[in-house]
Design a protein around this ligand. Structure first.
Ligand SMILES: NC(=O)c1ccc[n+]([C@@H]2O[C@H](COP(=O)([O-])OP(=O)(O)OC[C@H]3O[C@@H](n4cnc5c(N)ncnc54)[C@H](OP(=O)(O)O)[C@@H]3O)[C@@H](O)[C@H]2O)c1
Length: 313
């Protein structure tokens, strides 16, 4: 049976991805740095491979033998103030991680590589629906992931069968949706309203991201980019309003001027709040993929249910 080697399989998107890949009957190997994550991977039914993408090692032999490689790992982005200096080291680490993985893959063995980027690379696209051919205007983290995305052309030229997946703003039982939306709402605290709050962005449920990446690992075309996003771009604060309705609470907001946001979260996160992009999922759908949660109204109740179950265990 073909082997699927995944990096970042213990993360927010990755753990859903591994569950869906196993459900689709794939033989899954997950790269992880820690024994704690390795135990969780084993319990899920996948095989852990211990290793660090920042360092060449025995893990590269496992990656080199896989027919499918899914690259989700990224240096840490969450939880602290992000200065330009910190973002620059993120950029360097991401390039090193990518090189250690992609340099060891062999075009005569690997049949598909799914490289997961972020739509901050496309950044500020205005208020028209755009597809993957739009000219990137990186914003927030975007300028710091751009060199890694652009380096992929060199790997494609060396015949690595890479497809690129760009999930939009991913909500689910983890990450920013809990910290900045569900926790304030359930604790009666305000949701921070920033100057970009009236802008429209694209959202997607983490379960649909995971399913889409499994789907692309069978159907992705080499050299193509795919937005992974739901059907309805929405104003940034609407996700909070919908979550408040589901939770049966009133949403309070606290307007924060940009200079305070820059001070608190750093310029990179502050800039990411100024993005505006309505992303089309037409190309993804043309591969035969269907969303389980095409709108926030359909997805947010499910995400909250999953979060409650996680909190109860
Ligand atoms: N979350 C979002 O809203 C979002 C939106 C769009 C795109 N994306 C993209 O989707 C991908 C996954 O994001 P995520 O939020 O799911 O990530 P995450 O929860 O932050 O998880 C990061 C993963 O990377 C692994 N990792 C980090 N450094 C590593 C290293 N040096 N060697 C090996 N593994 C390492 C971690 O594994 P261990 O700690 O187990 O070693 C962990 O599984 C990223 O490329 C991100 O840019 C995310």
């Amino acid at each position: 049976m073909n082997t699927l080697f995944v990096t970042g399989g213990s993360g927010f998107i990755g753990s859903s991805f591994v569950r869906h890949a196993l459900g689709a009957g794939k033989n899954v190997q997950v790269l992880t740095r820690s024994e704690k994550s390795a135990e969780r991977v084993r319990a899920s039914g996948a095989a852990p491979i211990r290793g660090n993408l920042l360092q060449p090692g025995a893990w590269q032999a496992a990656a080199a033998q896989a027919q499918i490689v899914v690259h989700l790992a990224q240096p840490e982005t969450f939880g602290t103030r992000v200065t330009h200096q910190r973002a620059l080291s993120f950029r360097e680490e991401r390039l090193r991680m990518d090189a250690n993985l992609l340099d060891c893959l062999k075009p005569d063995v690997v049949q598909r590589v799914i490289y997961v980027g972020g739509t901050s690379y496309y950044g500020l696209q205005g208020d028209q629906l755009v597809d993957e051919t739009a000219i990137p205007q990186p914003k927030g983290w975007g300028p710091y992931i751009a060199p890694a995305i652009e380096a992929l052309d060199g790997y494609l030229a060396r015949n690595l069968p890479i497809s690129l997946a760009f999930p939009s703003w991913v909500y689910g039982p983890g990450s920013w949706f809990i910290e900045y939306t569900l926790e304030p709402l359930t604790k009666g605290k305000p949701i921070i309203k920033l100057p970009g709050a009236a802008r429209t962005i694209s959202f997607v449920h983490v379960e649909d991201v995971a399913r889409a990446i499994v789907h692309l690992s069978d159907h992705g075309e080499t050299g193509w980019r795919y937005f992974i996003t739901d059907d309805q771009p929405r104003k940034r604060l609407e996700i909070g309003e919908i979550a408040a309705q589901v939770l049966g609470v009133r949403m309070k907001t606290l307007s924060l001027p940009m200079f305070l946001m820059r001070l608190a979260a750093g310029p990179v996160i502050a800039d990411s709040m100024l993005t505006e992009a309505r992303l089309s999922n037409a190309r993804l759908k043309s591969t035969g993929f269907t969303l389980n949660f095409p709108t926030l109204e359909q997805g947010v109740p499910d995400a909250i249910e999953r979060w409650r179950k996680m909190a109860a265990t």
